[in-house]
Design a protein around this ligand. Structure first.
Ligand SMILES: [Zn+2]
Length: 100
């Protein structure tokens, strides 16, 4: 993130990235990829799929619907956090799921 001073702050360790220092920009996109409803012959039943989606959307706020379909995040990282991030981007999820 960019600080008021014009310098960047690492989104990982929250330390200032010195002027002229290496900074890595990481952009993450999440896009919903639902399974399609298929008929027995393998052909997609579009009407069934649309009815199902409309039923799911009825009581959901618009902003929540958008975030369910597409999410985007942007991070500024120092070299150390960048390396740690790419060494194991799903490490936190794995640890949380294994500590249930
Ligand atoms: Zn950092």
């Amino acid at each position: 993130m960019k600080a008021e001073t014009g310098l960047y702050i690492c989104d990982g360790c929250l330390k200032e990235i010195r002027q002229g220092g290496l900074r890595y920009c990481v952009k993450i996109e999440g896009i919903c990829a639902p399974d399609c409803a298929e008929q027995e012959n393998g052909v997609t039943d579009i009407k069934k799929e649309i009815d199902f989606l409309i039923g799911q959307m009825k009581n959901t706020p618009e902003c929540e619907l958008i975030s369910q379909v597409y999410s985007e995040r942007y991070y500024d990282l120092c070299p150390r956090c960048y390396k740690n991030f790419f060494d194991g981007p799903l490490r936190n999820l794995h640890e949380k799921n294994n500590n249930r």
